[in-house]
Design a protein around this ligand. Sequence first.
Ligand code: CP
Ligand code: NVA
Length: 297
Amino acid sequence: MHFLSIEESNASTLGALIAHAAEMKAHRGENTDLPLAGQTWAIIFTKASTRTRVSFEVGIRELGGNVMFLSKNDIQLGRGEPIKDTARVLGRMVHGAVIRTFAQQDVVDFATYSGIPTINALTDEEHPCQIMADLLTIREKLGTWTGKKIAFIGDGDNNMSRSWMWAAKHLGFEFVVAAPKSCLPPKSFMDRLAAPNVSLTTDPAVAAKDANVINTDVWLSMGQEDQSEKEALFSDFQVNAALLKNCAPGHVILHCLPAYRGKEITECVLEEHADTIFQQAENRLHAQKAILARITQ
Ligand code: CP
Ligand code: NVA
């Protein structure tokens, strides 16, 4: 079994993963169940990472497995060896793989050619593992996502926004994306999504009004760092105190991190909501363990 996208998931899988992640969090350290005992996993990253890499390395070990980190600079993939060849080699040696890269197709191809459980640890298309940690955090802070209004303010056409939209489709909560016009998801994506509970706006105040959760992310995702003309579009899309005035009482702020203070979020808002945001970061570990346990069943 693989975990490649929220798009391909469904409500019952997402619900079961969150429930298991919460249980694993409550019983961390008891180590009665070691589903990865005797296994070695490869973590193959062609982009930088702090949270995802560390949470997977710790999580795999806590589930009884061994782990090796393979940066693209250290393996032949970085010199142009095709992903399907890398997959066929690793599939004969390790028991599972966690991949962070650019193209979603590379993760799909790795899963196909390796024949071993494969996890998408972020592509340009989706960041499914992050969404699991975010949902767990919402459950902890608000009890449930059902009936809540969740907003995403920033690049509406990036991996985080897209994964959130698929989660909204599966789970049914109201989800509003606020982004500059050219950074909203295209009609082709919205047609494929076909979720009446997901709406788009170019006005961040519309998204924030009565929102229970405000989500943001970097304006320029990894690989886009030289697109300063894109960054200039986002000046009205900062999560700041003025924007939050009309949110629902007790609203929660989420940021997948890393954060660029003074850009997508102010220092003040980030620090005021740091307990939640770093709880969200910690939840990567618990969510990752639930994903690993499920796909190796
Ligand atoms: N949120 C997230 O995926 O962080 P890293 O890039 O540090 O893994
Ligand atoms: N959208 C961001 C997420 C980082 C965790 C990126 O892809 O860089």
